[in-house]
Design a binder for this molecule. Structure first.
Ligand code: SAM
Ligand code: DTB
Ligand code: SF4
Length: 362
């Protein structure tokens, strides 16, 4: 892969728009089938109440947004949503949790079951759960996780203007932990947060410096949500999205470039130029995590008009095997043993036994 300097990428980004689109389209055609676009659906499995202070995020507990905190979804409802996404043409499900980091607890045990279940539906499974260590990454991989999303969001220089509760270095470590576990890496950023063009290129340089760049790079336009510190940010022009997509395509010819948040503010012509310039994936379905996204039907119509087709799952890597999870298996054995013990104990309760009525619990 060609290593570009920051100045070279800046020059690429700033050249006349149609030149840029043409060059990016040429690179795209050398490495990808330009008619194929991956459809990935997002599902917020744990919404809101997050301890972090990411300035763009409606799920941070400290900001007064309309997002109501919810506990972790059940495995059954996640699988129902996954089937619906698959029926609508999505080949990937990305499950997002409003967590600072993964913790080794019952919720994570349930996420493992979700990963196993969605992989068994022959969909690519992606998770975005915040920071994770190497053992947690290995456990997810063992369950059948295909990809892990963890965004650097912006350049190392601008990062501190956006988030103070965790470091750029922490994010790089999580990405490295996913990589070490053999999980495909999805990592990108957001434009329109008040950053300079140098910061957009700075974000790309962080990936350029990696031994292996992400297999998938989501480019989001800020969704400015009321109640967040970025609520008043002026929306970016779609030309900027096209420039960012095209520059990312030229910088990382083999990666999937995902045209992510912000499509509701773009028209079909703008999105068409993004596909032309190398976007090879979208988030599909009427909701991102907490904010709106174009409906499946709208995207179907757009695909028909533009002559695009949905990409099949595992076109870019083998399906991981779902292996038994020892922690969950042991827990289930213990639970079964406890149930047997309880049933035994209940046998000794006299038939006329009346439990005391509890009227209040402090
Ligand atoms: N809590 C986990 C984390 O921060 O890694 C996972 C979920 S978090 C919502 C995933 C990503 O969504 C963020 O890194 C950010 O890039 C993106 N995101 C969140 N809010 C956004 C917004 N308002 N506009 C655009 N992208 C946003
Ligand atoms: C990514 O880069 N964008 C997605 C996904 N990865 C997790 C999230 C976008 C969230 C937009 C705001 C919301 O809906 O809450
Ligand atoms: Fe929490 Fe993730 Fe939102 Fe940051 S981006 S506040 S970590 S949910």
């Amino acid at each position: 892969m060609q290593k570009f300097t920051k100045q070279e990428l800046l020059d690429i980004y700033n050249q006349p728009l149609l030149e840029l689109v043409f060059k990016a389209a040429t690179v795209h055609r050398e490495h990808h089938n330009p008619r194929e676009v991956q459809m990935s659906s997002l599902l917020s499995i744990k919404t809101g109440g997050c301890s972090e202070d990411c300035g763009y995020c409606p799920q941070a507990a400290r900001y007064h947004t309309d997002v109501e905190p919810e506990k972790l979804m059940s495995v059954a409802s996640v699988l129902e949503q996954a089937k619906n996404a698959k029926a609508n043409g999505s080949s990937r499900l990305c499950m997002g949790a409003a967590w600072r980091e993964v913790r080794d607890n019952k919720d994570f045990d349930n996420v493992i079951e979700m990963v196993q279940g969605v992989n068994d539906l022959d969909m690519e499974v992606c998770c975005t759960l915040g920071m994770m260590n190497e053992d947690q990454a290995k456990r997810l991989k063992n369950a059948g996780l295909f990809a892990y999303n963890h965004n650097l969001d912006t350049s190392a220089d601008y990062y501190d203007d956006v988030i103070s509760t965790r470091e750029y270095e922490d994010r790089l470590n999580t990405i490295e932990n996913a990589r070490k576990a053999g999980i495909s890496v999805c990592s990108g950023g957001i434009i329109g947060m008040g950053e300079a063009v140098e910061d957009r290129i700075g974000l790309l340089m962080s990936y350029m410096e990696m031994e292996t760049p992400p297999e998938s790079i989501p480019i989001n336009a800020l969704v400015a949500v009321e109640g967040t510190p970025m609520a008043e940010q002026k929306p970016i022009e779609q030309w900027e999205m096209i420039r960012m997509v095209a520059t990312t395509r030229i910088a990382f010819p083999k990666s999937v470039v995902r045209l992510s948040a912000g499509r509701t503010k773009m028209n079909m012509e703008g999105q068409a130029l993004c596909f032309m310039a190398g976007a090879s994936s979208i988030f599909a379905g009427d909701k991102l995590l907490t904010t709106p996204n174009p409906e499946f039907n709208e995207d179907k119509e757009m695909f028909n008009i533009l002559g695009l087709v949905a990409k099949a799952p595992f076109a870019e890597g083998e399906q991981p095997e779902t292996k038994p999870d020892t922690i969950n298996e042991e827990r289930k054995i213990k639970e079964a043993a406890r149930a047997v013990k309880l049933a035994e104990a209940r046998k000794n309760i006299p038939a006329d036994f009346q439990p005391r009525k509890v009227t209040s619990v402090d």
